[in-house]
Design a protein around this ligand. Structure first.
Ligand SMILES: Nc1ncnc2c1ncn2[C@@H]1O[C@H](COP(=O)(O)OP(=O)(O)O)[C@@H](O)[C@H]1O
Ligand SMILES: [Mg+2]
Length: 321
């Protein structure tokens, strides 16, 4: 008969308790993870829509997104009624110059898809050429697949998609076309779990979409982002100021108007991004002005929230230079 050492049962009980506690902790962690993965927290649709509405201009873009959402909601109701589901892909092309709001809209769209349950997570994974195209044979498909995997249940956002198919480069010398082919395959395979959004300059996107015969038909919609007008850029700057707890003093609107009118609107003009850079530069100018006029420690609330027209003018001069 096996002789148990003294105190065996006590030690056994202690070890058992330890194991149980560990298991409880483990279970707790796992339960935690489950609730995070299986049921991600989504903002209510109304809240995301309010954010969309609060964007300056973009009326035609907003209109197309609203109609897309209504379509998806009807589709969901049809499913609830047991009606047949017409397979539709939601892959999108966003055409517009830099700073016209493409990334902002793509992010909100991803969230909306998550909120209505079309995509489980509704996150956005942004990649460029370097995130998809490899440096040696076999590397590209693996890289593209990895990006797709990361974006599953959300949106894969490919900025400047035409960099995948550079003009003038012999196809055989470039792995970009391999990335496109891999992508096309995954767009079909994961139609229900992945939305691919490609974005960039309108003219260059045109040649990208023509670069592979199967490409264009994979996208259900092409949304155009117009350049912002001068008035819209002024409003965008005002919104940036409000969102950041600043106030624009009297005369700022007129100053902004004149500044935006005077910058060259070439293809490379940064649109809202220029407005943001100008605003951020103005914050620096304001700080310098305040430091020159008074002890920084004695500044009142009024002083630190106010942006003066001269702050904007100096900021623009610095950006010019
Ligand atoms: N309509 C808009 N209203 C307010 N802010 C905007 C608007 N469009 C763009 N912005 C702001 O301008 C910046 C650039 O926008 P982004 O979406 O990155 O442009 P893109 O992706 O087209 O280059 C962001 O900081 C964004 O918040
Ligand atoms: Mg962008």
């Amino acid at each position: 008969m096996l002789r148990r050492p003294d105190g065996w049962s006590d030690r056994f009980r202690q070890a058992g308790d330890q194991l149980k506690r560990a298991a409880d902790r483990g279970l707790e962690i796992r339960r935690d993870r489950l609730s995070r993965d299986d049921k991600p927290q989504h903002r209510p649709l109304a809240e995301i829509q309010a954010e969309l509405d609060s964007l300056v201009g973009l009326e035609s873009v907003k209109e197309q997104i609203r109609s897309q959402l209504v379509f998806l909601e009807v589709k969901a109701r049809r499913k609830e009624h047991g009606l047949s589901d017409v397979a539709t892909s939601q892959h999108l092309v966003l055409l517009g110059n830099p700073g016209t709001g493409k990334t902002t809209i793509a992010r909100l769209l991803a969230e909306m898809y998550g909120s209505i349950g079309m995509l489980q997570k509704g996150h956005l994974v942004e990649v460029d050429r370097a995130g998809l195209v490899g440096e040696f044979v076999g590397h590209t498909a693996a890289k593209t697949n990895r990006a797709v995997k990361k974006a599953l249940d959300g949106v894969l956002f490919i900025d400047e998609a035409y960099s995948l198919t550079p003009q003038g480069l012999a196809r055989s010398n470039d792995f970009g076309s391999e990335a496109v082919e891999t992508l096309i395959k995954r767009m079909e395979d994961h139609r229900d779990r992945l939305v691919v959004v490609v974005a960039g300059y309108p003219r260059l996107m045109e040649s990208f979409l023509r670069s592979n015969p199967g490409l264009r038909s994979r996208f259900s919609r092409e949304i155009r982002f117009p350049d912002y007008t001068t008035d819209e850029l002024v409003q965008i700057t005002e919104k940036l100021a409000i969102d950041a707890d600043y106030e624009l003093a009297a005369g700022c609107a007129a100053t902004l108007h004149a500044l935006f009118e005077s910058v060259a609107r070439s293809d490379g003009f940064g649109n809202a991004r220029y407005a943001r850079t100008l605003f951020e530069q103005a914050l620096n100018r304001q700080a310098v002005r305040l430091a020159e006029s008074r002890q920084v420690t004695s500044l009142d609330r009024r002083a630190v929230v106010t942006i003066e027209p001269e702050d904007l003018k100096e900021a623009a001069a610095m950006l010019d230079g």
